[in-house]
Design a protein around this ligand. Structure first.
Ligand code: UDP
Ligand code: MG
Length: 324
């Protein structure tokens, strides 16, 4: 069955979702490229949902200029910087296409791949994700840490994420609606995509260098992103300590038994300062780690309980009233 049924309510076939933060240099390149690529796919109606994630440069002004001359470009302005994940959430919430393609503005995700995504979508896949086949545009450290993250994440969770799959993908309306039904604040998109299930497949591509501007990520941000991702998706780090604790206390009991028997048989053995100190420090350290992990989860419960909205929209341009 073909997925494309044009003309119904004049909804576009594709919504391209792009979140931007201080990207004035990339905006013109991005729109030119998208228009070129989508021009070749002329049988598909499309819209671009551009989210200005609180930029302090001319990004928003540029977006307005583009939106004025092309009504397919719809703009959402956040009241401040909320982060790319929430930009994507807003894009999914306000897009009206039968499928959505979230992508980065810096053209690291080659727009030409959209044609391949669509082909798979037509074949019946609800989600077609891009797999970064060649990450030589990333540094060795970034590639290794990314690999480690995927390994650890997939060990701990029940819905693994495919190695090197990013946010660049095509998702059918079914998947969009499933994601929109989630109410949580600490949302990890990569994990959520896989969690929804549905028939999916991957397409390999080479991730290009950033064309203009600078990456907004540094290792500290990535570390926090990884922590958020893991704590948003699994309670494994909480559970592991019950098992480790059980194991440690069993070893402790055996050792206590040995000490008691030895004392009864051979009397009190006073030296032992070194071993005592080692045990105290070791156990103290482990307890701190456990407390830290508990804290990570409690902090997130606190944020969830407050139930604040994901983002605040300051302005919306080119949306019709029924899309409000
Ligand atoms: N981005 C965003 N909000 C932020 C940081 C980034 O919307 O707070 C956007 C950014 O403008 C770009 C995309 O997210 O379109 C990817 O950002 P970047 O290229 O810095 O990430 P990288 O490709 O280095 O992972
Ligand atoms: Mg980038």
């Amino acid at each position: 069955m073909t997925k494309i049924c044009k003309g119904i309510n004049d909804k576009p076939d594709l919504s391209i979702i792009v979140s931007m933060y201080n990207e004035e240099e990339s905006v013109p390149l991005f729109f030119n490229k998208i228009r070129e690529v989508m021009g070749k796919l002329f049988s598909y109606q499309y819209e671009i949902i551009a989210i200005d994630d609180g930029s302090v440069d001319k990004t928003y002004q540029l977006l307005l200029d583009y939106a004025k001359e092309d009504k397919r470009i719809k703009v959402i302005k956040f009241s401040r910087n909320f982060g790319k994940e929430y930009g994507m959430m807003a894009g999914l919430r306000f897009c009206s296409g039968r499928a959505a393609v979230p992508m980065d503005v810096d053209l690291q995700d080659p727009p030409e791949l959209i044609a391949d995504f669509i082909k798979k979508w037509e074949e019946g896949y609800d989600m077609v994700y891009g797999i970064r086949d060649d990450r030589t545009s990333d540094t060795f450290l970034k590639r290794t840490t990314a690999m480690l993250f995927y390994k650890i994440y997939n060990l701990m969770t029940q819905s693994p994420i495919p190695y090197n799959a990013g946010d660049y993908r095509l998702i059918d309306r079914k998947v969009i609606n499933a994601i929109l039904s989630l109410k949580e604040r600490n949302i990890f998109m990569k994990g959520v995509f896989g969690w929804t299930g549905f028939k999916s497949c991957g397409i390999k591509y080479v991730r290009a260098e950033r064309k203009k501007g600078e990456s907004k990520w540094n290792y500290w941000k990535l570390w926090n992103f990884a922590l958020d991702g893991i704590t948003a998706s699994t309670t494994f780090p909480l559970r592991i300590w019950s098992y480790l604790g059980t194991l440690l206390s069993m070893v402790g009991m055996l050792y206590a038994f040995y000490i008691i028997v030895r004392t009864i048989l051979f009397g009190v053995d006073v030296p032992g300062y070194a071993s005592l100190l080692v045990f105290i420090l070791l156990l103290g350290g482990i307890q701190m780690v456990i407390l830290g992990i508990l804290g990570e989860y409690i902090g997130r419960i606190f944020i969830e309980v407050k139930n604040r909205p994901h983002y605040i929209v300051e302005e919306k341009v080119n949306f019709s009233d029924d899309e409000a």
